[in-house]
Design a protein around this ligand. Sequence first.
Ligand SMILES: NC(=O)C1=CN([C@@H]2O[C@H](COP(=O)(O)OP(=O)(O)OC[C@H]3O[C@@H](n4cnc5c(N)ncnc54)[C@H](OP(=O)(O)O)[C@@H]3O)[C@@H](O)[C@H]2O)C=CC1
Ligand SMILES: O=C(O)CCC(=O)C(=O)O
Ligand SMILES: [Mg+2]
Length: 729
Amino acid sequence: MTDIIYTIVDEAPELASGSFLPIIQKFAGAAGIEVGTKDISVAARILALFDLHSDDLAELGDLVKTPEANVIKLPNVSASVPQLVAAIKELQDHGFDIPDYVENPQTDAEKEARAKYDTVKGSAVNPVLREGNSDRRAPFAVKQFAKNNPHRMGKWTKDSKTHVATMGHDDFASNEKSVTLDAATEAKIEFVGKDGSASTLKASLPLQAGEVLDATFMSVKALRTFLAEQIAETKEQGILFSLHMKATMMKVSDPVIFGHCVEVFFAPVFEKHAATFAELNVDVNNGFGDVISKIESLDAAKKAEIEADIKACLADQPDMYMVDSDKGITNLHVPSDVIIDASMPAVIKAGGIGWGPDGNSADTKCVIPDSSYAGVYDAVIEFCKENGEFNPATMGSVPNVGLMAQKAEEYGSHPQTFMAPAEGTIRIVAADGSVLIEHNVEEGDIWRACMAKDAPIQDWVKLAVSRARATGSTAIFWLDENRAHDAQLIKKVNAYLPNHDTSGLDIKIMAPADACKLSCEMIHKGEDAISVTGNVLRDYNTDLFPILEVGTSAKMLSVVPLMNGGGLFETGAGGSAPKHVQQMVAEGHLRWDSLGEFCALGASFEHLANVKNNPSASLLGKTLDEATAKLLDKNESPSRKVNEHDNRGSHFCIALYWAEALAAQDEDAKLKEFFAPIAKALADNEDKIRAELIECQGDAVDLGGYYHQDQDKRIAAMRPSATLNAIIG
Ligand SMILES: NC(=O)C1=CN([C@@H]2O[C@H](COP(=O)(O)OP(=O)(O)OC[C@H]3O[C@@H](n4cnc5c(N)ncnc54)[C@H](OP(=O)(O)O)[C@@H]3O)[C@@H](O)[C@H]2O)C=CC1
Ligand SMILES: O=C(O)CCC(=O)C(=O)O
Ligand SMILES: [Mg+2]
């Protein structure tokens, strides 16, 4: 294994690596540090299922449990079914002999292929690698830059009609039950029908002593009533209808909720064409786009009839929040287009607006069916209505310490999520026959169970105290004593806090909506408040606050101290920016900001320096951090517009400043000598390189694929400066 592993991923971050990775390898190599790669892209993970690629994810999954792990993890696509199908098709077109993704598998072979593909679906990478809890914050230089160069914030006014709508009853939050296990047991999950007959949903659910076990369900009847009411109310209010889900990470429950929304919104179309849609195998969980693509196969007259009905339905319903109004792509087309952690902050940053079918902005109803965390967004929205938008020049910060190790909480619930087969009871039964948790359900209700192990909880409390100590900031555990799971966690937090020196620290426990309100008040005044949260709020908060504070979560330092001593360094807190790839393909400009990669790499060198007692690694990290601060200072981050400085230009800058810092230091003579001529060559050729990196823009770029790009084409596109390439090698 190499000293550091850099991950190969998808979309914009992978394009960026085409330019940045050679620079990293050159600089690290000079100090004898080897930086290798592991491929966790959707394409590689699909090919690995059929032995057409090494199973790099499994290797990394083993590595992160060892003290040697030093992994830089870029964001990867968590594929929805439509994305998975597209990736499979592309690989087949590229000559790989792999089976289709069959929606209703019949034969054994089809069933086997489908089961394999399902392991690649959704958030299949992060839970495997996250063998530690999460520490995400804006580095000092990033926060300072945002204060000095505040990004644009949309105006919030008191009369904004934008608001959050949530169920509040018969949902996951209200039906939750939770227990902490006294002793280990191997439980099972079963469904008991009205006639008393029991069937097994999951035969083995091993539970540890001290583990927190939750189960809950959402009533589908209540969900559909709620959605119908919200759609009608949106129309009365004359605003946009939007639905914000996490169908990628909650890959079993949320596509189903999304599907119900599709059916309820387009109810007249689904009622009238039920038979045709059944014949076409329409799967609403894949979004309304599934209808659009499947009616293509109908004869012209039938297709036209359905299209006319869709048009009439859209005219009758409230306007929908659009993903791409030019192309007519609605919120409900694909479940992976509007992802709550990125989408809600975008609405809030814009001043409470979304874009409607006419391409104009408008207020919007933000539907977040489950009420577990909806109150957090409601709190921010109400705060902004009352106080106006936040001011990035003066606002404080909300860093996060998140519980996520060992598949903690809801994000680890997929293997225990079931649609109730009929009316009856779903229950978790311990090995001794005692019932741990049970719920009465109706057919189609979405039932799920999840766990949080004790060791990760202890580690999370420790991390929270150490961040509070390191910063002196208030730390708030966002836990609600009235919620079943949180009540169990509060007991543990209170039990484990005394294991640490908390003297002089301000540590609070508050329900999420209240914690959010207080945090908004604090950052409004310029103070900082660490949010110590469970896994879902970790995800939400680490996009929400960074996007408000520094304009994008791409600039976050995102460290995962692994429980067995290794380090996982995630780059930024956001995703893989598909829109950036579209722009690159259309006009040869990549607006992806690699600041997250710069920060993660700096932290990775520092970790290497500490665990391997390697002073050159320390020096590389320190000088890279200096270069990053300089890049921010000189405002050399990528521009959003074609024919301007882009991602590749920012990589040239980081190389120049990093080499200059290494040439200027006197701690390591060898490195000084090695980098002095490089720094000089880069500086001497600056104008030429910058010009080459602009001249290459403006035209469409062929990458030879989307999920499975042609590596030569990708490298040619990302390394267009012959002058820079000659220096970097
Ligand atoms: N850790 C991980 O592996 C993560 C993976 N994902 C995955 O990424 C995909 C896309 O997710 P999505 O929810 O659309 O969120 P993204 O964060 O990819 O995109 C939302 C918007 O954020 C801005 N943005 C994100 N990263 C950068 C960056 N480095 N530089 C500049 N701007 C940036 C862009 O805004 P603009 O268009 O205005 O420039 C972008 O359109 C999904 O498959 C999702 O599952 C998501 C989160 C984390
Ligand atoms: O794993 C995923 O699908 C997304 C991860 C994510 O959004 C996050 O960790 O912030
Ligand atoms: Mg996220």
